[in-house]
Design a protein around this ligand. Structure first.
Ligand code: PLP
Length: 377
């Protein structure tokens, strides 16, 4: 089996699966319970939070456990805006964001907020001039992904922070760090980032758990009300087991992040070159500056859904676009990019992982060549 869809979800590490089974037996009690078992479960939760805070270089009470990044993003965006009714009425985001951000912004738009969705510049990169043009004293919130999940476009974080500080210092910045976590260095304390969202299943951790970083003293209106867990910011019984598994996945990923980035950069370079050599007409959609973990390509004249199914028949798994948007016709990300229309309509997203070997890429390219030939015949 060859799996090239890590951007959609990853296989949990063996250590994470083992930990899940062990802790599920040992720490099933409610962490809020007053007895010894509850206290032990609470300690597991505390340790997970401490370890994750160390990983992200922030303080433990700046982290909230959520069900995943979709919840984190909704809480950050809608929660911040609703807690600050007298702040500016303008929000700035990127047109290539994940639907969790775009849909949260649409909901706020219906409440009367003005949402600026920045496109990309001529080089298909983040448009700093467009950002400069929209920032003002009316801006209350900026939300951008560090790494885009369809093409791998990267945010020029330092420049964005500088523009925010100069032109809209009152505005808070939320970063969707889902596709960047444990792939690129991320230190939150003193970074200027006010909120950030993370997900477990993209880092070889479990599904159903994510994180929201909220800078100290930043107020949000919770999305979920109840027993006042997690300082009233996210009610609902915490899951120490999922929290510990998330911390374990992060620890493993963190240790190897630098080496993994170098390996995947090499794999990406090799795959680009092989694809261009072997498949006539293929267009690379991901700019050279994109995250090497994601390679989006177009093969004009091919029905990509048929191609994806043919590859799945050979136990090779790739994606046409974001799994969360796979029901939409065409991709909202490619739509705003400067690329040939025929190629946009036939896009494949190939995700790379440090576990891949060069032979796996050769097998992928060979299968693509054969299937594309059949489809073109
Ligand atoms: N943001 C990005 C960039 C993503 O890739 C994803 C997942 O596809 C999400 C947010 C949503 O994460 P989750 O599946 O944890 O809700």
């Amino acid at each position: 089996m060859l799996y090239f869809d890590q951007t959609a979800s990853t296989l949990p590490y063996e250590e994470v699966l083992d930990l899940y089974v062990r802790l599920s037996r040992e720490h099933f009690a409610n962490p809020s319970a007053m007895h010894r078992l509850g206290f032990a479960a609470e300690q597991v939760l505390k340790e997970a939070r401490r370890s994750l805070a160390e990983d992200l270089s922030c303080s433990p009470d700046e982290l909230i456990f959520t069900s995943g990044a979709t919840e984190s993003i909704n809480t950050a965006l809608r929660g911040y805006i609703h807690a600050h009714p007298h702040a500016g009425r303008e929000i700035v985001t990127w047109a290539v964001e994940h639907k969790a951000t775009l849909a949260s912004c649409e909901a706020l738009e219906k409440e009367g907020y003005l949402v600026h969705r920045l496109a990309v510049n001529e080089e298909n990169a983040f448009d700093l001039h467009a950002l400069e043009a929209v920032l003002s004293e009316r801006t209350s919130l900026l939300s951008f992904s560090y790494v885009n999940n369809e093409v791998g476009l990267m945010l020029p974080l330092e420049q964005v922070l500088r523009l925010r500080d100069r032109l809209a210092p009152q505005a808070v910045l939320h970063i969707d760090a889902v596709q960047a976590w444990e792939k690129f260095p991320l230190r939150l304390q003193g970074s200027g980032i006010d909120m950030a969202s993370f997900s477990g299943h993209k880092i070889h951790g479990p599904k159903g758990v994510g994180l929201l970083y909220l800078r100290k003293n930043l107020r949000i209106e919770p999305l979920i009300y109840g027993g006042g867990h997690q300082q009233g910011r996210r009610s609902g019984t915490e899951n120490p087991i999922l929290a510990a598994c998330l911390a374990e996945a992060a620890r493993i990923g963190h240790r190897q992040a630098g080496a993994h980035l170098r390996q995947v950069t090499e794999l990406n370079r090799y795959l680009r070159q092989r694809l261009l050599e072997k498949i006539g007409g293929l267009v690379i959609h991901s700019p050279e500056t994109a995250s090497p973990y994601i390679l989006n390509v177009g093969i004009p004249g091919i029905r990509v859904e048929t191609l994806v199914h043919a590859l799945a028949g050979r136990e090779i798994y790739v994606a046409t676009q974001s799994a969360c948007s796979s029901k939409e016709v065409g991709s909202h990300v490619l739509e705003v990019m400067n690329l040939p229309e025929a190629s946009k309509a036939a896009a494949l997203r190939l995700s790379l992982d440090p576990e891949h070997r060069q032979e796996d890429l050769d097998d992928l390219v060979e299968a693509l060549v054969e299937e594309v030939e059949k489809l073109r015949a």
